[in-house]
Each structure stands twice: as structure tokens, then as C-alpha cells.
Design a protein around this ligand. Structure first.
Ligand code: DAH
Length: 340
């Protein structure tokens, strides 16, 4: 047995490998289940009892050496592969890394902005961290309104209250405070709500707010402007439906539905068989809000509206999980390239 082990050791020590295939053939020859080393262990059966101890030691040495040599050969082959002959040309120009694409939320936001710009709206933005006045009080929210609650709003500081804005309506106030009518503006931006994250809701999302203030602006103007918007975004056969609603900052207030652009109003999964999908809130700016911003509510009237960009994007592209927008998986985002 000793002779056999010695011969094997010699073979193991003189084995060389320059490629990973040769390393693998070493493993197969000596170490694999059917290899020569395990075969030697099988021989133990035939060794007389009084020699077993010595033979065991020999075999363990053999096994250890074979494993050691295997590791040596691996390193050897790796350095050979990266060796002088195969060195990278360091002067070669680098390949371009994959360029990203526009995010679907940006695509739809740009589309909405574009539609309103065509009828004379300009764009402004406001801060994401807001005080109580701009987010709630100036917008006519009663002190005890539930939206002010910790459960809905992320407060950063209390007394005085500073919070992450819960809607882009706050930018209306900033705009009316600093400019005189006529005002015709849209305010896209990110908003925050203290919501449990699910397929339908997220604590971060995006809105576009609209505001039009001038002399003699009526609910008919609101309907016509939003009709124009909806047909531009969803197609010329889109029908509108206004449902009475309540927002503290508008009176009267409404929610606007569009006829389902998937089934054309017949009823499907997207519109939950109703034929209609809700896309925005709107109304005539409450005189209290105008007065809060030092705009004469006897002279001026106006309308406002606000919509969620995620919601519109989900409807438009039939996306059923809002969380996809925030994961930034390039395979998801790529699908919308050039979708405008
Ligand atoms: N701020 C409202 C929201 O976040 C949306 C909204 C509704 C905005 C009616 C408006 C409006 O300007 O008139 O749910």
C-alpha cells in the first residue's frame, strides 16, 4: 500500500495545469468519487488489522496533499489565464455602459405638462417640506380635519407644524401669494402620505395641480379645459363625468371620471365593470382661499384641479402595482421608452 501511495503522490506533485479544464481533469482523476484517492480508501478493507492505523495515516496524508495540490493548480491556472499573453489592453477605449431611460412617471408628467402648456399654462414648483399654513390652513382645512392627523401626514416638527406636503395644492397658495391674477399655472411635484405601502398605495407619489384665476372664470371653463385635457391624453372619444365631491379649498367640488379607455365604457377589469374611471379632483376655488392669499374674491374667481400621476400612468399602461415605480428595475422602466 505504501508503494502505491508514494506513486500516487509523485503523480499528484508532478501534475500541472494551465487551463481550468486541466484543473478539472485533476479533480476527476484524483478527488472525485470514482477518482484514485477514494479508490485507495476503499482498499482499507483489505489491510490487516494491525496495519490499519499506519495505512489510515498514509491515506489521510495523500488526501490532504491531493486537496492542497488541487488548490495550487487552481491558482496557477487563474494566474496563467490572466498572465502576460492574455493581459487586457489598457489603452483600449472603454465600452459604453447601458444608458438609462426616462422613468414612466416622468414620461406621463411631461405629457400632462405639455398638454396644458399648449393652452397657455406655465409651470411652477414649490417646496416638498411645507408649513401648516400652505399645506392646510390657507387651503381652508378646518383645524380638526383628519388629513392633518399624524396618521396621514409626516410631520417633521410640531408647533409650529412643519410637514412633508401631502398634496401639491400647497403650491397654489404660494403662487397666489406672490402673483396677481390672471394666473394660469400647473404645479407638478412629489407628495408624501403616511400610508401603508401596498399594490395600490404608496407613501410617496406624484401629483399635478392646476390653477386658473381671472375675472369671470366659471365652472363651464373648468369643464371645457378638463375635457380638452382628457381627450388629448386618453383619445378623442373620451367622455367625461363629474360627480359632486368635497374638498375644503373648492366650492363646489367635483371628482372627474373618464369613460374607460380600455373597454370604451362597456365594462372591464380596469373600470371594475362600471365603464368609468376616476382621474382627478377639481372645483371652483373657495372665496376663503382667495382671501387668504389677498386676492379679491368679489372681483376674481377661478378653478383648481389635482391629479395623481401614478394613478394615471397605471391606468394608461395597465400597471397593477404602484410599487414597481419605486423599485427602479431597469427591465420595468425600459418598457416605456419612447412611449410619449
Ligand atoms: N389636493 C387633492 C388631493 O390631494 C386633489 C385636488 C382636488 C386638488 C381638488 C385640487 C382640487 O386643486 O380642486 O387629493
Amino acid at each position: 500500500m505504501k508503494d502505491q501511495v508514494d506513486r500516487l503522490l509523485e503523480e499528484i506533485n508532478s501534475f500541472t495545469a494551465e487551463t481550468t479544464e486541466q484543473v478539472e481533469s485533476f479533480r476527476l482523476k484524483f478527488l472525485s468519487k470514482k477518482g484514485l484517492v477514494p479508490a485507495m480508501f476503499a482498499e482499507m478493507r483489505n489491510v490487516p488489522v494491525n496495519e490499519k492505523k499506519e495505512a489510515g495515516q498514509l491515506l489521510n496524508n495523500l488526501k490532504n496533499r491531493a486537496n492542497e495540490r488541487f488548490e495550487e493548480l487552481k491558482t496557477l491556472a487563474e494566474t496563467k489565464l490572466a498572465g502576460p499573453g492574455k493581459k487586457e489592453d489598457l489603452t483600449r477605449p472603454v465600452g459604453f455602459s447601458d444608458a438609462g431611460t426616462r422613468h414612466p412617471i416622468s414620461i406621463v408628467r411631461n405629457e400632462i405638462v405639455d398638454i396644458f402648456q399648449r393652452i397657455g399654462y406655465t409651470v411652477s414648483e414649490g417646496p416638498e417640506i411645507e408649513d401648516d399654513w400652505h399645506n392646510f390652513t390657507a387651503l381652508n382645512f378646518p383645524i380638526e380635519h383628519p388629513a392633518r392627523d399624524m396618521q396621514d401626514t409626516f410631520f417633521i416638527e410640531t408647533s409650529p407644524d412643519i410637514a412633508l406636503r401631502t398634496h401639491t395644492s400647497s403650491v397654489q397658495i404660494r403662487e397666489m401669494e406672490k402673483s396677481k391674477p390672471p394666473i394660469r399655472k400647473i404645479f407638478p411635484g412629489r407628495v408624501f402620505r403616511n400610508e401603508a405601502i401596498s399594490a395600490r398605495a404608496h407613501c410617496i407619489f406624484h401629483q399635478v395641480e392646476g390653477l386658473y384665476i381671472d375675472e369671470g372664470v366659471s365652472f363651464a371653463d373648468l369643464k371645457q379645459s378638463l375635457y380638452y385635457f382628457a381627450t388629448e391624453l386618453f383619445g378623442e372619444n373620451t367622455k367625461l363625468r363629474f360627480r359632486p365631491s368635497y374638498f375644503p379649498f373648492t366650492e363646489p367640488s367635483a371628482e372627474m371620471d373618464i369613460s374607460c379607455f380600455i373597454c370604451g365604457g362597456k365594462g372591464c377589469k380596469i373600470c371594475k365593470n362600471s365603464g368609468w374611471v376616476e382621474i382627478l379632483g377639481c372645483g371652483m376655488v373657495d372665496p376663503n382661499v382667495l382671501e387668504n392669499c389677498n386676492i379679491d374674491s368679489e372681483k376674481y374667481t377661478g378653478f383648481a384641479f389635482g391629479m395623481g400621476i401614478e394613478r394615471i400612468t397605471m391606468l394608461k399602461y395597465q400597471i397593477d402595482d404602484i410599487r414597481l415605480f419605486f423599485e427602479n428595475d431597469i427591465r420595468f422602466i425600459r418598457q416605456f421608452t419612447g412611449a410619449v
